[in-house]
Design a protein around this ligand. Structure first.
Ligand code: NAD
Length: 482
C-alpha cells in the first residue's frame, strides 16, 4: 500500500481562474489533538435526544445562510467553479439540513419488533467520532451531507476538506462549529497524509471518504485490521449518455455538452462517454458541436461563464497531454490555453474523441478505465441494445448513466441491465438531486454517502430483547453511552 507523501506544515492556494491571486496561508492541523477533542465530545452529543441535536443543527443552518453568497464566491475563487454553479452548491448545502432531519426522524427511532419470543426492539446507537474527508470539486456540499448525517445521528465529526479548497472550507467549518458544542464539529486541515492518519486513528469509528478510487482503495486496505470501523466510499465515475435513434437528438446533445462541461468536467457524474446508435451519429455530432459553442472558458466569477478553469496545473497538463495524442479520430481537439478573459489560469477547451475498433487497445483501456476529470468526451457507436449495454458496462465504474429514448419500455429494458447506481431517462448524467440516494457500484464506491438516506449507514444497530413478561426494553431517547 502506498503511503501518501507528508503534508506541508502550511500552504496557500492560488485562484485557478487568476493565478495572480494568492489566498491566505492555511496551517495543517494536529490530528491527535483534533481526535481527542472529538472523542471528548462524543458521549454528551450521543446522549442528546434527536430533537435537541436537530435544534442545534438548525442554528448552524442559520449561520451558513448568512454566509451563503460569501461561501459561493469563495468556492468560485478557490476552485474555479463558475459562480452560478457555486451558488447551486450552497443551495444544496442549505437544503440538505431539512432532508437530513427528515431522514433522521424516519430512520433513527427505536423499532419495536413483534412476533418474536420476547418483547424486543432494534435500536440505532451512535458509533463515535466520524472522519469526513472531502474532495475539491464539491468542497462543501459532499462533505457537508455526510457530516450532517453523522451529526444528527449523534456522532461528532472531524471534517477534513481538500487542501485545494482549504480557505473556503475553513470558513464553512467555522460557521458549523460555532453553533455546536465544543468538539462536535472539528476542522482538520491537511492533505493525503493527514487524511490517512485521521482515518487510521483507533478513536475514529467511521470514515466517509469522497475522492479518487486509488485513495479510496488505500484507505480501505489501511483500515482492514479494525473490523468495527465503517468505511463509506464515494469515488469516481465513467458515466455514459446512451443515445437511441428514437431519442431527442438535440436534447441529448445539450445534455452531453452540459454533462461534460459543468465544473469543467471535474464531477464524479460528468458525462465522459456518449454511446450513440450508429444511424443517428452524424447528425448527433453536428448538434453536439453546436451545443458546445457556449462553453467558452471564462473568469469563474463572471455571471455569464459556463466553463471555468481546471483546478491545477497538473490537471491542465493532463488535458494537454490527452489532446496532443495524434489520432485521426478527434472530432473536436481541446486546447489548454492557460488564459481567458485576460486572466492567467488553468483554462482549457472541450475535446471530443471518437473511439472505434481501430483505437489502439492501451489508449482505449486508459481512456475507459480511468476518470479524465476534464472536459474530454469519448464517442462510441453501437448497432444493438445489447451492444450499448455491453459498452456501458465495460468500465470498472458504475455511477450514473443517462438513456435518451422516447420509448419508456426501451428505457426500462436498458436501465435494468446497466450496472450503475443512478439511471436517468432524458436527463444529463450530472442531474443528481439531493432528494434521491446517490452513489456508485463497482469502483465507484459503497454505502451511498453522497445522497439521500446515508443515515442508514452511520449508526450501529443493536437488537434488544427482554426475557421476562412485562419487562420492555428501554424507550427511545435514553440511549446508552456510545
Ligand atoms: P482526492 O482523492 O485527491 O482527494 C480527496 C480527499 O481525500 C482530499 O481531502 C485529500 O486530501 C484526501 N486524501 C487523498 N489521499 C488520501 C489518502 N490516502 N487517505 C486519506 N485521505 C486522502 O480527490 P480530489 O481530486 O479532491 O477529488 C476528485 C475525485 O473525487 C474524483 O475521483 C471524483 O470522481 C471524486 N468524487 C466523487 C464523488 C462521488 O459522489 N462519487 C463526488 C465528488 C468527487
Amino acid at each position: 500500500m502506498k503511503t501518501p507523501a507528508p503534508d506541508p506544515e502550511s500552504w496557500s492556494n492560488r485562484s485557478p481562474g487568476d493565478l495572480s491571486l494568492e489566498l491566505p496561508v492555511v496551517h495543517r492541523s494536529d490530528v491527535c489533538a483534533s481526535v481527542a477533542a472529538s472523542a471528548g465530545a462524543a458521549a454528551a452529543w450521543g446522549r442528546l435526544p434527536l430533537e435537541g441535536r436537530i435544534e442545534l443543527l438548525a442554528a448552524a443552518r442559520s449561520h451558513i445562510e448568512v454566509l451563503q453568497e460569501d461561501l459561493a464566491r469563495g468556492i468560485s475563487l478557490e476552485t474555479g467553479k463558475p459562480i452560478r454553479e457555486a451558488r447551486g452548491e450552497l443551495g444544496a448545502v442549505i437544503a440538505k439540513f431539512d432532508l437530513t432531519f427528515a431522514d433522521a426522524r424516519a430512520h433513527l427511532a427505536d423499532l419495536p419488533v413483534a412476533g418474536g419470543p420476547h418483547p424486543a426492539l432494534v435500536r440505532r446507537r451512535p458509533r463515535g467520532p466520524a472522519a469526513v474527508i472531502a474532495p475539491f470539486n464539491f468542497p462543501l456540499h459532499l462533505g457537508h451531507g455526510a457530516a450532517l448525517a453523522h451529526l444528527v445521528a449523534g456522532n461528532p465529526v472531524l471534517f477534513k476538506p481538500s487542501p485545494l479548497a482549504a480557505t473556503v472550507a475553513g470558513r464553512y467549518a467555522e460557521a458549523m462549529a460555532s453553533a455546536l458544542p465544543r468538539g462536535v464539529f472539528t476542522l482538520v486541515q491537511g492533505g493525503a497524509a493527514t487524511g490517512r492518519a485521521l482515518s487510521l486513528d483507533p478513536a475514529v469509528r467511521s470514515v466517509c471518504f469522497t475522492g479518487g478510487a486509488a485513495a479510496g482503495r488505500a484507505l480501505l486496505a489501511g483500515a482492514a485490521d479494525d473490523l468495527g470501523k465503517e468505511i463509506a466510499l464515494e469515488l469516481g465515475g465513467k458515466n455514459s449518455l446512451i443515445l437511441c435513434a428514437d431519442g431527442d437528438l438535440r436534447a441529448a446533445a445539450v445534455a452531453t455538452a452540459e454533462g461534460m462541461c459543468l465544473t469543467a468536467g471535474q464531477r464524479c457524474n460528468a458525462t465522459s462517454r456518449v454511446l450513440v446508435e450508429r444511424e443517428v451519429s452524424p447528425r448527433f455530432v453536428e448538434l453536439l458541436l453546436e451545443a458546445l459553442r457556449p462553453f467558452v472558458p471564462g473568469n469563474p466569477l463572471s455571471e455569464s461563464t459556463r466553463l471555468g478553469p481546471l483546478i491545477s496545473a497538473a490537471a491542465a497538463g493532463r488535458h494537454r497531454e490527452l489532446c496532443s495524442r495524434p489520432s485521426p479520430d478527434w472530432i473536436l481537439k481541446g486546447r489548454a490555453d492557460g488564459e481567458a478573459d485576460g486572466l492567467r489560469g488553468h483554462y482549457v477547451t472541450p475535446g471530443v474523441l471518437r473511439l472505434g475498433p481501430d483505437t489502439p487497445g492501451p489508449d482505449r483501456n486508459e481512456l475507459l478505465g480511468t476518470e479524465t476529470f476534464c472536459p474530454i468526451l469519448t464517442l462510441e457507436e453501437w448497432d444493438s441494445e445489447a451492444e450499448a449495454i455491453e459498452l456501458n458496462n465495460s468500465t470498472p465504474f458504475g455511477l450514473t448513466c443517462s438513456i435518451f429514448t422516447r420509448s419508456e419500455a426501451r428505457f426500462l429494458r436498458i436501465a435494468a441491465e446497466v450496472k450503475d447506481g443512478n439511471v436517468y431517462a432524458n436527463l444529463p448524467t450530472t442531474f443528481s438531486p439531493s432528494t434521491l440516494p446517490f452513489g456508485g457500484w463497482g469502483s465507484s464506491g459503497n454505502r451511498r454517502p453522497g445522497g439521500r438516506g446515508f443515515i442508514r449507514f452511520v449508526t450501529e444497530e443493536q437488537a434488544v430483547q427482554a426475557a421476562r413478561d412485562g419487562f420492555s426494553p428501554a424507550p427511545s431517547g435514553a440511549a446508552p453511552k456510545p
